[in-house]
Design a protein around this ligand. Sequence first.
Ligand SMILES: C[S@@+](CC[C@H](N)C(=O)[O-])C[C@H]1O[C@@H](n2cnc3c(N)ncnc32)[C@H](O)[C@@H]1O
Length: 429
Amino acid sequence: MSDVRVLAAKTLVQVVDGGRSLNDLIPQYRAELDPSQGGFYQQLVYGALRHYLSLDELARRLLNKPIQRKERVVHMLLVLGIYQLWKLDLPEHAAIFETVDATKPLKKPWAKGVLNAALRRFTRESDALLDKLQNREGYPGWMARALRQDYPDHWQAILANGNLQGPMTLRINERRQSREEWLARADTEGLAATPCEPTPSAATLAEAAPVQAIPGFVDGDVSVQDEAAQQCTWLLAPQNGERILDACAAPGGKTGHLLERADIDLTALDIDPARLDRVRENLDRLNLNANLVAADASDLKAWWDGQPFDRILLDAPCSGSGVIRRHPDIKLLRKPKDVDFLTQVQAHLLKRLWTTLKPGGRLLYATCSIFQRENSAQIQAFLDKTDDARLVPLELTGDAEVPVGVQWLPQPNGHDGFYFALIEKTTTG
Ligand SMILES: C[S@@+](CC[C@H](N)C(=O)[O-])C[C@H]1O[C@@H](n2cnc3c(N)ncnc32)[C@H](O)[C@@H]1O
């Protein structure tokens, strides 16, 4: 079994220097740990990435000379040590001792003195060092500027809320039981949960729990899904007998919800065949079925039989800027040019998928982004150039005024940041 701090440091090197995503790394690294250490490993990695830009700034100030490039794992141990002292409720001497001790399995005795001196200096000078921090919230400059421009009144709260841990929210499978029934069952089993407003299928746990400990999870009575993601199905409102397209379906959270809501003929597409396997697994657990197709949704010739759809869910690939609290690596991995590229992909998907919608049919455009370029500006541009498209007003209240659609911003202990726009194809053109 490996040392938890060493593995966490190696994970940081892979994300920060290698551009790898946490989703790929966590399962691989957790398998190398004693299961009892898994929670602490995740706490270290998520927390250190959440605050990485601040921690890196502090680490550089604490060192007399920077740690050599080829010794990045030692730099990351220092980052983790500062994180533990600054943000975790651990006894100081234990945090320092364990971090310094991690140099042993790494066989880098020279690093012992460097880490010890830097961490002890942090404990002595933390107030002054933290006062001088340039990047207190740990967001890249371009991202903070974009949010400030999009939300002059909310951007500071957005940055702060993006650094909090998101709650664990469940979707109650109404085919099996009502939300009230499941809440009563959870209460009997000693699990505290509260219903979410305004999303009738959602309940948030007072404390996160392993899925196996959640009543009915294994049998598909409930799924883990944020309230915002659940809203998509309520807004698209599938009706029995309809032919529906879930255009960007993997890993299938919304695919399952659509099928729970109504008896529909559902086609679930995704460009990534490996991710489509996850959709299959999710549907198997729920005992539901869809026509799963691995294809580029914009390449109609590759997958469309020419039969139009009554409703389409376009849960578009996006920057993920609304779910940074759940994926803090986004802060480091995403670059401005990625957002340029994604806005083009979104526009192309919208344009192509529109032709597969029936007159009178509805398309829900959703993203887990809070950048307006991917959201209201994208939809406004689409409406401006599409004669047979009409925006359907939503009864859902947004967290910030936007020109079209509804924008949710990440809320402490509440929903993720998400954007929704419902568009109808007019019959007159
Ligand atoms: C936001 S995620 C979808 C999440 C999913 N709807 C859910 O609820 O679990 C976006 C998905 O779009 C897929 N994707 C990206 N470009 C695509 C394209 N051109 N055609 C189809 N799928 C695409 C990605 O592989 C990714 O799985």
